[in-house]
Design a protein around this ligand. Sequence first.
Ligand code: SF4
Ligand code: SF4
Length: 726
Amino acid sequence: MQDAKNLKEYRKEIQESLNNAFLRQTLDTFAVAYRAGRTKAFAEAGIDVKSLVAEIAAAKDGMLPRLMELYDQFRQNAEAAGVQVHFARDAAEANAIIAGIAAATGSQKIVKSKSMTAEEILLNHALEDQGLQVTETDLGEWIIQLRHEGPSHMVMPAIHLSRHQVRDLFADVTGAHQEPDIEKLVKVARRELRSRFAEADMGITGANFAIVETGTIGLVTNEGNARLVTTLPRVHVALLGIDKLVPSLTDALRILKILPRNATGQHITSYVTWITGANECAAAPDLKKEIHFVVLDNGRLEMAKDPLFSQVFRCVRCGACANVCPVYRLIGGHRMGHIYIGAIGLILTYFFHGPDKAKNLVQNCINCEACKDICAGGIDLPRLIKQIHVRIQDRQGHPLPGLLLGQVMKNRKLFHTLLRTAKWAQRPVAGDDGFMRHLPMMFFKDHDFKALPTVADQPFRDRFPGLQRKTVKRQGPAPPVKAALFSGCVQDFIYPEQMEAAYRLFADHRVAMSFPMAQSCCGLPLQMMGEARTSREVAIQNIRAFEREDVDYIVTLCASCASHLKHNYPVLVADDPTMVEKARAFAARVIDFSSFAHDVLGLTAADFAGDGKAATFHAPCHLCRGLGVHDAPRALLRNAGLDYREADESEVCCGFGGTFSAKFPELSAELLRKKLDHVEATGAELLLTDCPGCVMQLRGGLKKRGSRIVVQHTAEALAARKKTNI
Ligand code: SF4
Ligand code: SF4
């Protein structure tokens, strides 16, 4: 459970997790095995995952306008089947209702199966405060209960612990020697828990589904303990969020198709239990079990009404967004969440536990979009996380660096003047190899994991007129393709040679190019800092800068810019009907470098004179997930005659993330270390990528390692091997 008061304290907690070698190794092993298992599970079942996700999203979204009506129907159907249904507005009310049921039924001993909703309301503490004995019966939950800590994963609550730690814990609990053997430890737990089941007065569960048409609840488990919890005691209480409502069994079965596969790569869990009404119970005086459903709001209804956040209702709590999150993989759930963890945890923490608990967490997202890509409900998690950051800053105040950056960036002339001035200011520390020689490390000691580039002598915008003069005549009249170039600030002022390379490549293919001088930074760094207003202002400036360009395409060599221009600009100006039309027209023309070169220009092996150099590719997050581009850059590199070698985890984030690497250098350094290890293992001489930010991160890291691997933008590698460069 992350409880740090400020970012400084939070970074200390992060460092503690990074120092935990066991945690790191466990999460690494799990992340790799999970991806393979999930892919296999869906492939073996022949499931079209995208369509299934879209169906789940549509069904859940369709419920929202009649949510309370559906709740009423569920309540009536459950009550008709003999269940008592309670509605709790918040955690305190839910705890009071359940404690009241315990008192009314004379229940002293309670057994529980796994429930994140119970964790959310701190139910165990509330019941124990009433003098009740509560025992968790899911193995992982029992372990963390004994350790007095919260879950570190929604599906695997004790994933952070080694069998040796569990052995020591069980030795303390049983007072007997135990061996660090998982099967034996499971038997110990069974032995210890069996009597608790038999003695319990009340069983408490969560629920994965609440089926409106029948008043049924569904439970999806692996250990069988939930069956004992729901059958042996004379009272059963199911605590469930109102988001668990689904209209019909068909809707529940649709979710069941994705839930275990997305959660753990299993086709189906060991137990799926459906409960409709009160069943027989030998322990009850009248042989009839007493059943209560406690349906919880606790911020969910506010979410359901919010046009942006209502999509959170699609969450099926599979935990996959943590499984693929590169930050979770480094620091685990106790630092990447409060009660709920991973991407969805950052969002739920804000709604269920308030902005103070969420304010550090939401900054710890590198915006890699891995969670969005895998989400069973198709939730745009990174967008929601960024939006929470904006809301918190709007309420609690914006930090000075973000405000200053916003003021500078929205004034393009001032911003560019400062970048031009940096060329002179950097002279005392600039080396002659494109890197800073040294930085005042007392200010930057955490950032020493990579060398930083210098600002270029001449930005691309100053080189463009000369390039035009050289090429326009040679291209002849009426070139078939017209494109405007969007450089983004990094390629304009730091790596103009990448833009030049693309220019030469495109010019050879008779592309007529323009470069609107009023263009500026895409505004993504401002978005990452939670500066939504200035990010919007910069977006409008760029839309206007390209408005009058008579071109078919707006080509950018930066995958992050491309994804931001394409997907975020229409959203940023959504409140202005005129501007949103313009933003959509602008976005429709935006294309990334590799897609343009491969799909539009159709560059083939005949265009290149290859040299067979060993090369590998790092797929920028916003290229492979943001834009869904996977094959084009790799095909281009093969066509260019390079000896292409795929690196392990080539689509996992390199740790740049714009302002993320400045805010969380310890995480950025670790992500980079892993990435470079994978790159070096390929034996490649060339490392290519489609994003200047990734070039900066990878090149700076390899320089620090003293590596001879050359990092380039794909455009540079292609231009260098093009048969007829202008
Ligand atoms: S965008 Fe990436 S870093 Fe952020 S929560 Fe999702 S997976 Fe984690
Ligand atoms: S947000 Fe998506 S991936 Fe994360 S737990 Fe919910 S359904 Fe699963």
